[in-house]
Design a protein around this ligand. Structure first.
Ligand SMILES: *Cc1c(COP(=O)(O)O)cnc(C)c1O
Length: 387
């Protein structure tokens, strides 16, 4: 009987057991212990930032980002509609702000041209505040998601943020390791370019701590504020004085132990992601109505976290294809349902949706674990070509 091929699972072949065992033996398994700080330093060093703040998920990291950016009631935030809902809920609903949904370009990331059109046509600058003419609200921030490890068009978003006085939040939860190799942003990593950026170490991400996240910021005081909010906003540790409403968003020493081992493997994982993507691409592109979507590699080294099989015409029905793969124990999934159509966002504004609607209908994500073998990859390919 053929074995199950999962979509995206953890890969522990390095020092994971050793470092986790050190944490257990030391009995520092909760939020104290030296490994949290060590993992913060390791991530900061890897992405070239002075400081990184650990937290217990990417979602809590995004909530921290929205809070340190000062988003709240009466504010509007430009967000993508084609993404995971955790890019949107924590940066809008959790803080009382309203989303304005924007469609994607061919990178699957937010289309900067559609965002620009919204700002130019639907809004007006009043001093340094961009005001939505229809609602009177202050349009205060953009949340850009680096979808599947593709770099969003950051020069365009930086220009937009500057022109309209917008805070730029990067959801880099899928894009640890993606960075510019050429041009004005050469050497800059996804997550480190805007005002504040967030990574995730959920089990399906490129490296995992079981669950976890990290916040980085180009404003040192924002990073410190994120740390403060994530640790119950203690103003005085001994006397239990709290100077605002904080959260218990802390990462544990056990999680950080896993993370320290995983970061050692990251570049190898990315090389494997590239190799398996190429194998799918060579075997499937242009065959049987299939295309493997490209990553932007023009001046960018993407991490190629998730692979997208694009169904070019109506030869294949997306959900029947997924079911046929499932029958052979191959796990795939459609790309996300658009968020402006989800239960909690009725009547939200949404612009430039054509491509997002098309990609929503036509993308199937293929198995992409960093321990996917060439044999398993070939099994997926053979089945797809037989359908
Ligand atoms: C995974 C993910 C998140 C949330 O991260 P968690 O660690 O699972 O909370 C947020 N945004 C996007 C785009 C993601 O893929």
């Amino acid at each position: 009987m053929a074995s199950f091929i999962p979509l995206s699972v953890p890969n522990f072949q390095g020092n994971e057991k050793e470092y986790v065992n050190e944490a257990v033996v030391s009995e520092w398994v909760s939020t104290g212990g030296s490994k949290v700080g060590d993992f913060e330093n390791a991530i900061a060093h890897y992405v070239g930032m002075p400081r990184a703040v650990a937290c217990n998920s990417g979602s809590s990291g995004l909530h921290l980002a929205a809070m340190v950016a000062g988003l709240g009631k009466g504010d509007e935030v430009l967000v993508p509609t084609l993404t995971f809902i955790a890019a949107v809920n924590p940066t809008t609903r959790y803080v009382g702000a309203e989303p304005v949904f924007i469609g994607c370009d061919d990178s699957l990331c937010m289309d900067p041209a559609a965002a620009e059109r919204f700002c130019a046509e639907r809004c007006e600058l009043q001093g340094e505040r961009l005001i939505d003419k229809a609602t009177g609200a202050h349009v205060k921030a953009i949340v850009v998601v680096h979808v599947f490890g593709n770099m969003a068009d950051m020069p365009a978003f930086l220009a937009l943020a500057e022109k309209y006085h917008l805070i730029l939040i990067e959801d880099a939860t899928e894009a640890l390791g993606t960075h510019y190799t050429e041009g004005p942003l050469k050497g800059k990593f996804a997550g480190t370019i805007g005002d504040v950026g967030v990574y995730s170490f959920n089990g399906n991400k490129i490296i995992t701590t079981g669950a976890g996240g990290m916040v980085v910021s180009n404003h040192p005081d924002w990073a410190e504020h994120a740390k403060h909010l994530s640790t119950q906003a203690k103003a005085d540790e001994l006397q239990f004085l709290h100077d605002e409403v904080g959260y218990n968003y802390r990462m544990t020493n056990l999680q950080a132990a896993l993370g320290l081992a995983q970061i050692e493997e990251l570049e190898g994982f990315i090389a494997h992601k590239h190799a398996m993507w190429q194998m799918y691409k060579d075997a499937l592109d242009g065959k049987n109505g299939y295309r493997i979507l490209d990553f932007d590699e023009n001046g960018v080294r993407p991490n190629k976290w998730f692979y997208s099989l694009y169904l070019e015409d109506d030869r294949h029905d997306r959900d029947s294809l997924i079911a046929a793969l499932q029958k052979e124990k191959i796990q795939t999934r459609p790309v996300w349902a658009l968020i402006h159509e989800q239960a909690d966002y009725p009547g939200s504004q949404a612009y430039g949706l054509e491509k997002a609607e098309e990609y929503r209908k036509r993308i199937v994500n293929l198995p992409c674990s960093t321990n996917l073998t060439r044999e398993d990859c070939q099994r997926v390919i053979d089945l797809l070509l037989s359908l």
